[in-house]
Design a protein. Sequence first.
Length: 197
Amino acid sequence: MRAFTDSRAAHEAGAALPVPSMPTARRSALLLGLLTCVLTIAPPALARQAEQPLTEPAGPVVLSIGGALRHANRDGRAVFDMAMLEKLPQVSFSTQTPWYPGARKFTGPLLRDVLAQAGAQGRLIEARALNDYRVMVPVEDARRYDVIVARLLDDKPMAVRDKGPLFLIYPFDNHAELRNSVYYGRSAWQLTSLELR
């Protein structure tokens, strides 16, 4: 009890408290544990920080998001023009697909970043295309894979006849499990809207 009282008095007087000696291996393990906790907690905070308020589109709307979302900029929906999609971090990858004879390069924002901008909630996305093609995409796909909302094909904007102006595309060459009809079917070209459920 006296040792505690002496330490408290020394602390209140501004003196440094004696630090008990600790083996180096144990100290390293403790620091590693603390670092792991910080890294585990950090990603959600970074995701919230990256979320910017939605502005009103200045150009023609190319993507409309509705349903379960927290942010809207027009009639309860999150709408984007091409410039807004260009401002998001861009990702590129080359991949082979069933629709082209060889590997093609796709560029655009990650689907998860687009969803974050809209404050998307829910577990399923209904992706809709210009020709009224509709497909259900689990939100988990956007977390697990680098699915992009491609706006460029081989570094050039995509015309409607080239499956544009937006193409929801998976990185097929990076994950063997994606090379099947399920994920090919989820890759909606001429993408116009996403509905969160």
